[in-house]
Design a protein around this ligand. Structure first.
Ligand code: ADP
Ligand code: MG
Length: 295
């Protein structure tokens, strides 16, 4: 077990946040967006997404700064997954724009968004049953694999070098995520907590700079949640990943998120430091009102 979690439950955030690309750090005082920089990792402006007559998102603005773990919460059906699908290009917004590191990616195809360093995990596990843990994780390398059949045929040793590099990265992440003991197991045969960990490992082998996690702790017991919280913190601290974390467990949000946003019926009803946002009356009402339906 990671040492910080042995007896203290969920780790608390240090609020030490990397700024820009210059390696400086600054301490996060208590206000709504203390680390605002000229170019955030993610900026969503006035997003609207409809499905037929249903307005799943409207007027949503969001800034995620480099090095943040940013929490996204809201009752079931409030638009959290829709927002991640808009960002990652699966269901682009009909109105508004999305900027990644200052570049407009609105409507960009999912594989192009992935190639820009965005990785995600899915609310409902998207692992390939019948394949091993190792092979499922290796699939996450595909964005770095060149479609070079000719090169591999002509210069087989170059292809082999690529293959070795991919395997090395996968081994590094298997160690990082502490999955050695199940690496050769069929992914269908391992418990849900480990499956979720395999999904995170698959996202990390893509070497993302921005990671979107859609309910990575759903269905987990307390110990598995604590492990996952530690892995997310370590991904941010050791692998320089900025994280957008969709999560229902409030202890996780207040424990590891630097800032958060609350959605209700597709609209933002609160943004800021978790301890402040959670005191907001609208948030309490919307969240408690929807908590029974939440999953
Ligand atoms: P959350 O992730 O917060 O639980 P979702 O983003 O999944 O909520 O859903 C928000 C609303 O949009 C819901 O009413 C849902 O039924 C609807 N919705 C989401 N995705 C689709 C889709 N692909 N087609 C039709 N309706 C959708
Ligand atoms: Mg969802």
């Amino acid at each position: 077990m990671p040492s910080a979690l042995k007896c203290h439950g969920l780790p608390s955030t240090t609020r030490t946040i990397r700024t820009g690309g210059h390696g400086l750090t600054q301490t996060d005082p208590i206000d709504s967006n203390p680390i605002a920089s000229a170019v955030p990792v993610l900026e969503c402006r006035s997003l609207e997404r409809r499905f037929g007559g249903l307005v799943a998102l409207t007027g949503v603005n969001l800034r995620v700064e480099r090095g943040e773990i940013f929490g996204l919460v809201g009752p079931n059906g409030s638009g959290k997954t829709t927002l991640t699908n808009a960002i990652t290009g699966f269901f682009p917004p009909q109105i508004g724009s999305i900027l990644l590191n200052g570049r407009d990616i609105t409507g960009m195809a999912p594989h192009k968004v992935a190639a820009l360093g965005v990785a995600r995990t899915f609310q409902n596990l998207a692992l390939f049953n019948g394949m091993s843990v190792l092979d499922n994780i290796l699939l996450g390398r595909h964005i770095h694999m060149k479609p070079s059949v000719a090169k591999t045929a002509l210069y087989w040793w170059l292809g082999r070098k690529d293959e070795m590099a991919h395997r090395l990265k996968v081994e590094e992440i298997i160690d990082f995520m502490q999955l050695q003991s199940v690496r050769d197991e069929l992914v269908d045969s391992i418990p849900i907590g480990l499956k979720k960990r395999v999904e995170l490992a698959r996202a990390l082998v893509a070497e993302p700079s921005f990671l979107i996690l859609d309910e990575p702790m759903a269905g987990m017991n307390q110990e598995e949640k604590e492990y996952m919280a530690r892995f997310i913190l370590d991904a941010r601290d050791e692998r320089n990943v900025t994280v957008l974390l969709i999560e229902h467990h409030m202890d996780v949000i207040t424990g590891i998120c630097d800032r958060m946003m609350v959605l209700s019926y597709g609209e933002t009803i609160g943004t800021g430091i978790p301890t402040d946002v959670m005191k907001d009356e609208r948030v309490i009402k919307a969240y408690l009102g929807g908590a029974h339906a939440a999953h």
